[in-house]
Design a protein around this ligand. Sequence first.
Ligand code: IPM
Ligand code: MG
Length: 381
Amino acid sequence: MSAANDTNRTTTNRHRINSPISPPTPKSSYKIASIPGDGIGPEVIAAAVEILKALTKKLSKFKLEFTEFDWGTERFLKTGSYTPEDYLEVLREFDAILFGSVGSPSVPDHISLWGLRLAICQPLQQYANVRPTRILPGTKSPLANCQPGDLDWVIVRENSEGEYAGQGGRSHVGCDHEVATELSIFTRTGVRRIAHFAFNVAQNRPRKMLTYVTKSNAQRNGMVMWDEVVQEVAKDYPDVSVDHMLVDAMTVRMVLNPRSLDTILATNLHADILSDLAAALAGSIGIAPTANLDPTRKNPSMFEPIHGSAFDITGLGLANPVATFWTASEMLHWLGESEAAISLMDAVEKTCAAGIVTKDLGGKAGTKQVTEAVLGEILKL
Ligand code: IPM
Ligand code: MG
């Protein structure tokens, strides 16, 4: 992502706030917290740390100092908690967090998710979840006639509220008359700040196009407010062309007309669903990266592959490390080290172009072979 600082912009819009996107502070050394977590998380994080160490050594411009944390389901089963009590203070000492995955067959998913991932994203106000998606060279979209370049999107997901607000409850559990509520919470502040973020992303991409997605025909309160707020924010970005889609129709457009889309803004749940579709259309969930950003930079941001723990292939050496390498490249961009970020993606793309890819992309390579090939490309820099 290359969302630039635009704090100098002036406006007459009553809802205008200064851009929430702060520029990075260059450093000679960055402290990275690594949380490999569950399933294939440790395998892909180990591969990414190896790659990042080789890259920084080769470029010798800045250092990355890694500290690994054993926060995950094993810790939960032993101690009753995914993290120590002071985990937020611990994380605030770092420049960024590199996260593997959380989730295990031995713990219900809603416990593990709220115990670790959301327990980090929400209090650290990582309200912008950014998911770039494109077809890497040498790989194929399942869509007929869709070539690299025909699908090049950035999905901006609201990451702090909405359908993931965690409000609701259950009464008369297990009875026939049991009642359960799951409340979506949308705030004007929350929608406005993510809309500004998304417009910044769109404005810094060549096509300057933003499509925002809601379901304001059926959901007549929060979704209608979303539409209104996004349209208000749009006035501050006259150079960005904007259009609106209902989420159901959006799935059709993504499949039938991928070229017509560029930057996509959606709610927490809608973007969660659309980003899995996007990853599949781009070739595999095994390549898809995520950045959980606090655009104000008051808190460290967290970077993770989308794919999750994948227990069916854990420990077999088959996990595709590309999602985590791309994630690591997004982390370098966010730290302001764009040259290193681009070099890393170049090395990954050359490896894919050479056909050294895992099974999910139609290849025969394992995690180790892909990692070694990317390392080889880095050494050629
Ligand atoms: C994602 C994942 C998570 C989410 C899961 C693991 C709860 O699907 O990052 O897209 O829904 O946020
Ligand atoms: Mg998801």
